[in-house]
Design a protein around this ligand. Structure first.
Ligand code: PMP
Length: 311
């Protein structure tokens, strides 16, 4: 049975203000967002911590949720408090100790001009169990990635800092191309040809004991895990360069590379195309930061307790 089949048995989803049965959480085929990708969403994790289930950086995800809606003139129509209660209720009613949480808002069913006109904004919060995005083995041994032949859409073409449903066709193309060629994931270059990010991850590079990650002007999503990793690294005394351009060639000569993301967490990269990175396994800096990340999210430390919303 798939996770969704299991959730469909007793699970609930919050839709437009009420909890409904998982199986009833459907939408009309003429929904605006289905045709034009006019939705914005979040991907958030709740961890089974030493102090009970806790949502990691919920407030920052909520911030980005409302920010993402702005360029599309989308009224979310539910307050932060309502969405927080919706999410806590979803976790509790589904008895989830740890979960991947998916809030989404999209233009709904009313008319199908590209202009959303009077289309309502439908808002949904769902949650379900989801293990390591790229697999447990990937967290330990690292993954092989392929530099995509598809470029990332430029921030002059679409707001790349908004987490918009339609933009993920680029992620699908890059990721599937990589997997068809025997790689676990892609790295996507921006229009200028510099490193942007993964299909659903930000990229970090370690060189001579310092840490580099593409700046926000490189057409990337302002990742919340990226921000977390930067904080954890700085707290451990690392010099972090988070406002740089990284050329494709610098990937090959890096001592270490890793991905960050709410789904992917901190995943080492051991190979880019045909080039082995460092010694071809999880490097020491990656291991330290990954350890710090999991100690943090599973609450084996008291640090940053304000980043957690306990269920
Ligand atoms: N870039 C893209 C394109 C993403 O989809 C994600 C996942 N939300 C990220 C980066 C990482 O962001 P976060 O750490 O906030 O999950």
């Amino acid at each position: 049975m798939t996770v969704f089949e299991e959730m469909a048995e007793n699970g609930v989803i919050w839709q437009n203000g009420e909890f409904i049965d998982w199986a009833d959480a459907t939408t009309h085929v003429l929904t605006h967002g289905l045709h034009y990708g006019t939705g914005i969403f979040e991907g958030v994790r709740a961890y089974d911590t030493e102090r009970g289930t806790a949502i990691f950086r919920w407030e920052e995800h909520l911030d980005r949720f409302y920010q993402s809606a702005k360029p599309y003139d989308m009224e979310i129509g539910h307050s932060r408090e309502e969405l927080t209660e919706a999410t806590l209720g979803t976790l509790r009613r589904n008895d989830l100790e740890s979960a991947y949480i998916r809030p989404i808002a999209y233009y709904g069913y009313h008319s199908l001009g590209v202009s959303p006109g009077d289309c309502p904004t439908d808002v949904v919060v769902a949650a379900w169990p989801w293990g390591a995005y790229l697999g447990e083995e990937a967290l330990e041994n690292g993954i092989k990635v392929k530099v995509s032949s598809w470029r990332k859409h430029a921030s002059s073409q679409v707001p790349t800092n908004a987490k918009t449903t339609g933009l993920y066709v680029n992620s699908l193309l890059a990721g599937e191309e990589a997997r068809r060629n025997g790689f676990a994931e892609a790295i996507v270059l921006n229009k200028e040809g510099n490193v942007a990010e993964g299909p659903g991850e930000n990229v970090f590079l370690v060189r001579d004991g310092e840490i580099f990650t593409p700046g926000l002007s490189e057409s990337i999503l302002d990742g919340i895990t990226r921000n977390t990793v930067i904080a954890l690294a700085e707290e451990r005394g690392y010099e972090v360069h988070d406002d740089v351009s990284i050329s494709r060639g610098e990937l090959n000569t890096a001592d270490e590379l890793f991905f960050s993301g709410s789904a992917a967490e901190v995943t080492p990269i051991r190979q880019v195309d045909n080039v082995t990175i460092g010694n071809g396994s999880r490097g020491p800096v990656t291991e330290e930061l990954q350890g710090a990340f999991f100690d943090l999210v599973e609450r084996r430390t008291d640090e940053h307790d304000d980043w957690f919303t306990y269920v």
